[in-house]
Structure formats: structure tokens, C-alpha cells
Design a protein around this ligand. Sequence first.
Ligand code: CUA
Length: 174
Amino acid sequence: MSIHAPEANWFKPPSGAERTWIGLALAWCLVLSIMMPYWHFKGKQNSTGDSYRVTPAAFAARVEQFVKTNKVAEINGVPVVEPSPGGDAYLQGQMWRWYPALKLRVNQTYRLHISSTDLQHGFSLQPMNMNFQVLPGYDHVLTITPTMKGEYSIVCNEFCGIGHHLMTGKIIVE
Ligand code: CUA
């Protein structure tokens, strides 16, 4: 129980500057609410992807097969894999690496399959700042066409444990 009971009829309708600020906040809430569906149709930030169910073990087996068939080099023990243009590429997120490194050809289109074999990771391509959630159990397939040559880094932007900050990968476009 409070020491002093609140006075009766304590509520007074907002007026003056308070009323203006409430009005501004409400208007901004409405603008942001409209922007959410608006960005879904406008702009190029939407994923080109489809998603399929896959068990982590089945996905890992596909990745291994992909590496075995298309490996062209190795950097610090990580295989560099070059998929055929127009074909499928695989990228596996796991504590705490992106596997394997990919070598792609500029202006060629690939179907990039991304999944995780343990828990949730965040695929973040730098310096382009393209971001996708990576979840175990789902094969997220992005249709990608690299348009600029260079070496791109993949970092993990979803906290995934003690080695999260070490979880990096590489995509080379030639
Ligand atoms: Cu994977 Cu953070």
C-alpha cells in the first residue's frame, strides 16, 4: 500500500507542447509502420532466395561432395572451391567457420546454398554488407551474380558462442 493515496481524478488530458510531441511521435510511428511493407516491394534489398528443409547431416554431406568435386586450391588448410558457372555452390556455417572458401567468376550466376550444421549464424558479406540468417535445418538458396572482381570476407553477425568473433570466410571473384 502506498503512503499517500493518489488524488482523485488525477488524469488531465495533454495540452500545449505535450500534445504536439505526442502528435509528432504518433505521426512518426505511422510513417515507420507504412515503411515496413513499402520496403518489401521497393528497393533491391530483398533476398532472391528459396528455402528448403534439410537435415544438418544431409547438408554437410552435400558440402563434402561439393568440396571433393570442385576443389581447386587450399588457403591455410581451408579448401578453395570453384563451382561451375550456372551451377550450385555450397557454404556451411558452423562453430566457428564458414566452409569452404568459394572462388566465383565475375558476371556468372550461381545458386548459393547456405545452411548451418549446429546453431544460428549470421552470413554477412563484407564490404557489401549483405546479410542473411543462417539456420540449421534450412537450405537457404540465393541466386547470385557477382559483378565486381575482388576478395570478399564473410563474417558472422549472429552471436554464436566463444569463437563468434573468429568466424570468418572468404569469397574470391575473378
Ligand atoms: Cu557464427 Cu557468430
